[in-house]
Design a protein around this ligand. Sequence first.
Ligand code: 5RP
Length: 223
Amino acid sequence: MGADKTDAQALKRQVAQAALALLEDDAATLGVGTGSTVNAFIDALASCPGRVRSAVSSSQASSARLAAAGIAVRDLNEIDSLPLYIDGADEANAARQLIKGGGGALTREKILAAAARRFVCIIDASKLVPVLGAFPLPIEVIPMARNLIARELSARGGRPVWRRECVTDNGNHILDVHGWRIEDPPALERELNQLPGIVSVGLFAARPADLLLIGTAAGVERR
Ligand code: 5RP
């Protein structure tokens, strides 16, 4: 493993550890996202038994990790409120708008972000960008609409690439859209949400994070 990767892993562990301090009510169900930063967070939870009794998760992978850590995994339909949702991101800008879905869990992540009173995004400093879009934008599509949507995205100047190895937890496909510099994230999110066949767009702009916790070499920054 190269030095950069090792450093990024250390920053993920650092920011995951810092997120533990945000947990207040151990009786409340916690929203938990997906990805390597969230895995570090679940591992941190596993080392403090009883800190969180139950969670709803954005993926089968996180649910399995939570269960292995002794945390009961609940269905979102069973709970009336979700005070806090913690998740990572692939990119974040200064307005706390995000690109998510690198791990393919964007639809359930969007649902949990919408359900949560507070959405805290944990990232390492490499994820912070001035303009979203260098990371290809993940879009979950109904399989039969994949080529139709790909043409729509190309007509808007994007270069969609089908993530062939991936079927989402919802049984859908993902197109990763390269080549966009996303100057107005809410407008693009709104426009793409109108296309029949798109299930979710990995832009979290209408519902950005409420707080970014950023792991940096100088410590954890809050925005
Ligand atoms: C999964 C996600 C993740 O939050 C995103 O991909 C970041 O992952 P990592 O923490 O591994 O860098 O959106 O769908």
